[in-house]
Design a protein around this ligand. Structure first.
Ligand SMILES: Nc1ncnc2c1ncn2[C@@H]1O[C@H](COP(=O)(O)OP(=O)(O)OP(=O)(O)O)[C@@H](O)[C@H]1O
Length: 646
C-alpha cells in the first residue's frame, strides 16, 4: 500500500504493531490527529518540516479528515446528540452545556448517512440557492461530474470529501467555466475548497510554465492569487490549497506579515503558481519588486466584504488597480464571503466582469445549526456570568478526555488581555489572541487552542473570520460586536461543516443598536428570541417597522444587489437581452424572505427595468416542496427560496 493512500486504507489494523508512518497533509488535522493508533509523522523529503501536531493531545481526536469530530454534539431542541461512530477507542464523556444552558440531555447518535464521513450532509439539503447573471453553468451534484482530472479528483478523495457541499456544487462549475463570481454562503459551508479547487484546476489546465514566471527583474509571477484579511486565515487557506495541489506540478505559497520577509521571498523564488497572501505583505513584496502580478489569471478575495470595507479597501484597490494585475476580463475574479452588504457588493462589482452572483442560503444569515442564546448581562456582571458558564462546561463539556473548546469574543485588545489574566487567576486554562501580539504569540495561542491544550481562547475580531477550528463547541460574545455581520462571522466559528454548535451573547443597554438586526437574524435561523430582546428591538426602532425594515435592508440587503435598486451600474453594463426579462420573478422571490413595508424602501419599481439575467434555480438536492412553481417565482428555472437551511 502506498503511503499516499487515504487514511481509511492506511491506518494500522487492529492487532498489528503500529510502525512509523508518513501521513500526507490530506489526512492530517490541524489538531494533530492522524487517525486511530497513528504514530508521529516521519520526515519526508517534500514535507520535511511539516508537522502540524501540537505538543499535547497527540493521537487524540475522533474522526478522519478535517471537519471531523464536530463541534461537540448536536443540539436538537433540548437534546444533544453525540456521534458514536468516530473511533472505537474513544470513550465519550457527555458533552453537555446543560447546567447553565437549559438542561440539555445528551444522547448518542447513530452513525450518520454520510457513509462515515465527518460532514453531516443532511444539514445541507434543501438549501435555497440563487444564481444570477448571464448563462449560469448548471450545478454538479458530485465531484466526478465536475471532471477535475485524475490528480485533483484523487486529492479530493484523499481529503475525504465524498460529495461537494452546496456552495461547492454551484460555485465550482461556475469557476471551472472561467466565469467571474461573487459567492455568498453560510459560515463553515466549504467556501475555501469552492475557490481553491478551481484555481488549482485552472493552473493545471493551463500548464505550468514556471521558468517564464521570472521577469527580467526576477520578480516572482504567480498565476493565481488569494487575498485574506488575517495571517492565520491566509495560512489556513494555504494548507487547504496545498492539499488540492498535492503531487501535482502546482506550487502554492503563502506570504503574510509578522513573519520573516526574506525567508518568505526565498520560498517564493523556488517557484509559486498560487500565492496566498495578506494585503500588507503583498504590497510590500510588490513594491520591493519581489512579486509581480502581471501574469495573474485567477484572483480570489476571501472574506471579500471585509477586504473591501473601509479598513482594507485602499490597499485592495492599490493591488488590483494600480499594480500590474491584468484588468477584469483578462483575469478571473472570485469573491467569497458569508456576508455581502449592498454597498460592498456595489464596490466589489468594480473588480468583476460579467459576473455571476451566487447565494447559497440567505446572504448574511447564520446557520440554524448554531443554537443561539442571548442573555441580558450588565457589564459589571459579565465576568461572574462567564465563570458560571465555564464552570458548568468544565464539569460537563468534554470530548473524550478533552474539554470542548470555547471561544470568547471581546471588543478590545486590552479587554482580551485583561479577561485572559482574570480567567487564569480564576483557575481556568485560557489564552488570548489579538492584533497587538507578535505573530509567534498569535500562532502559539491558536495552536494551543486548536489542539485542546488550552480550551478557552479570548479573542478580538482577529479570530472572527474564516478560522476553521474543529471542536469549537461554544462561542461566547462577551462583548457584542457593533455590526450584525461581525456577529454572524463570530458565531460561525462553531456549527461548521454540518455540525452543531452553541453561541451565547451578553447583551445590555450598550448594544441596543444591534437589537433589531439580532432579532431578525435569530428569527431567520429559527431561534427562540427572548421577549425582552424583541422589546429592545421595537424600542430601538421607536416602534417604527419602517425603520426596522430599513436597517434590515442595509444589513441583510437581499441577495444580488443588481436585482434590487442598482440602477446606474446595471444600465450601463452590457447585459444580454435576456437580462431584463425576469422583473417579476425578482419581486416575488424577495417576498419569500419577507415583505418590506413598501416597494420604495428597496426600489422595486426601479428594479423592474434594471434586472440582470435571472437564472435563479434551486439546489439540485432540493425537492419541489419549496418551489411554488413559476407563478410564484416567475421563472421556469425555479427561483429563490426561503431563508435558512430548512
Ligand atoms: N465537500 C466536503 N466534504 C467534507 N468536508 C468538507 C467539504 N468541504 C469542506 N469541508 C470541510 O468543512 C469545513 C469548513 O469549510 P471552510 O473552512 O471552507 O468553510 P467556509 O465556508 O470557508 O467558512 P467561513 O465562512 O467561516 O470562512 C472544513 O473543515 C473543511 O475541511
Amino acid at each position: 500500500m502506498a503511503w499516499t493512500e487515504p487514511l481509511a486504507e492506511s491506518a494500522p489494523r487492529p492487532g498489528r504493531p503500529s510502525r512509523p508512518f508518513y501521513y500526507p497533509p490530506h489526512v492530517r488535522r490541524d489538531d494533530g490527529y492522524l487517525g486511530p493508533g497513528a504514530e508521529p509523522a516521519q520526515s519526508h523529503p517534500r514535507f520535511g518540516t511539516f508537522d502540524a501536531r501540537p505538543a499535547r493531545g497527540r493521537g487524540r481526536g475522533r474522526s478522519r479528515g478535517r471537519g471531523g469530530g464536530g463541534g461537540g454534539g448536536r443540539f436538537t431542541g433540548r437534546r444533544v446528540e453525540v456521534p458514536r461512530d468516530a473511533s472505537p477507542q474513544q470513550d465519550f464523556n457527555e458533552f453537555d452545556l446543560a447546567t447553565k444552558l437549559g438542561d440539555l440531555d445528551v444522547v448518542v447518535e447513530g452513525s450518520d448517512d454520510a457513509g462515515g464521513e465527518a460532514i453531516n450532509f443532511a444539514a445541507y439539503e434543501n438549501v435555497p440557492v440563487e444564481a444570477s447573471g448571464s448563462d449560469v453553468p448548471p450545478p454538479a451534484s458530485t465531484f466526478e461530474e465536475i471532471d477535475l482530472g485524475d490528480a485533483l479528483s484523487l486529492n479530493v478523495r484523499r481529503c475525504n470529501y465524498a460529495k461537494p457541499t452546496p456552495i461547492q456544487r454551484h460555485a465550482i462549475p461556475i469557476a471551472v467555466a472561467g466565469r467571474d463570481l461573487m459567492a455568498c454562503a453560510q459560515t463553515g459551508s466549504g467556501k475555501t475548497a469552492a475557490f481553491c479547487l478551481p484555481m488549482v484546476f485552472g493552473v493545471l489546465h493551463d500548464g505550468v510554465k514556471r521558468e517564464k514566471h521570472l521577469s527580467s527583474r526576477r520578480s516572482v509571477c504567480p498565476s493565481g492569487l488569494v487575498l485574506s484579511p488575517t495571517r492565520e486565515l491566509a495560512c489556513q487557506i494555504y494548507e487547504e490549497a496545498k492539499k488540492f495541489a498535492y503531487q501535482t506540478v502546482v506550487k502554492v505559497a503563502v506570504a503574510y506579515g509578522g513573519a520573516p520577509f526574506g525567508q518568505q521571498v526565498r520560498t517564493l523564488e523556488k517557484g509559486v503558481d498560487i500565492l496566498v497572501a495578506t494585503p500588507g505583505r503583498l504590497v510590500d513584496m510588490i513594491e520591493r519588486e519581489k512579486v509581480s502580478l502581471r501574469r495573474i489569471k485567477y484572483f480570489t478575495l476571501d472574506e471579500a466584504d471585509r477586504m473591501l470595507d473601509m479598513g482594507f479597501e485602499p490597499q485592495i484597490r492599490k493591488i488590483v488597480e494600480w499594480m500590474d494585475m491584468p484588468p477584469p476580463g483578462a483575469r478571473q475574479t472570485m469573491l467569497f464571503s458569508a456576508t455581502f452588504p449592498d454597498d460592498i457588493q456595489r464596490l466589489a462589482s468594480d473588480f468583476l466582469s460579467d459576473y455571476i452572483f451566487l447565494a447559497v442560503g440567505r446572504v448574511g444569515s447564520s446557520t440554524d445549526l448554531i443554537t443561539q442564546k442571548v442573555e441580558f448581562v450588565d457589564d459589571k456582571d459579565k465576568r461572574s456570568n462567564l465563570v458560571d458558564i465555564l464552570r458548568s462546561q468544565a464539569k460537563n463539556g468534554c470530548l473524550g478526555s478533552k474539554q470542548a473548546l470555547t471561544l470568547v469574543f471581546v471588543e478590545t485588545k486590552r479587554g482580551a488581555d485583561d479577561l485572559e489574566n482574570w480567567l487564569l487567576r480564576s483557575g481556568f486554562s485560557a489564552i488570548a489572541i489579538h492584533g497587538d501580539k507578535v505573530q509567534m504569540e498569535r500562532e502559539r495561542a491558536l495552536r494551543s487552542f486548536r489542539s485542546g491544550a488550552i480550551p478557552i481562547m479570548v479573542a478580538t475580531d482577529v479570530a472572527s473570520r474564516g478560522l476553521d477550528i474543529p471542536h469549537v463547541a461554544h462561542v461566547i460574545n462577551y462583548d457584542l460586536p457593533k455590526s450584525i455581520d461581525d456577529y454572524v462571522h463570530r458565531i460561525g466559528r462553531t456549527g461548521r461543516a454540518g455540525k452543531s454548535g452553541f453561541a451565547t451573547a451578553f447583551f445590555n443597554g450598550k448594544n441596543l443598536s444591534l437589537a433589531t438586526a439580532l432579532v431578525q437574524l435569530m428569527q431567520e435561523a429559527n431561534q427562540q428570541v427572548p421577549s425582552w430582546l424583541s422589546e429592545c428591538a421595537k424600542e430601538s426602532c421607536n416602534g417604527s417597522p419602517g425603520l426596522a425594515w430599513n436597517r434590515r435592508a442595509s444589513r441583510f440587503g437581499g441577495n444580488d444587489f443588481r436585482r434590487r435598486g442598482a440602477k446606474s451600474s446595471y444600465r450601463s453594463s452590457s447585459s444580454s437581452s435576456s437580462s431584463y426579462r425576469d422583473a417579476h420573478a425578482y419581486g416575488s422571490s424577495e417576498d419569500c424572505y419577507a415583505r418590506p413595508p413598501s416597494a420604495d424602501v428597496y426600489g422595486y419599481a426601479a428594479a423592474d427595468s434594471h434586472l440582470s439575467a435571472s437564472h435563479g434555480y434551486y439546489d439540485a438536492a432540493n425537492n419541489s416542496s419549496h418551489a411554488d412553481g413559476p407563478d410564484r417565482y416567475g421563472t421556469s428555472h425555479g427561483s429563490i427560496g426561503a431563508s435558512g437551511w430548512e
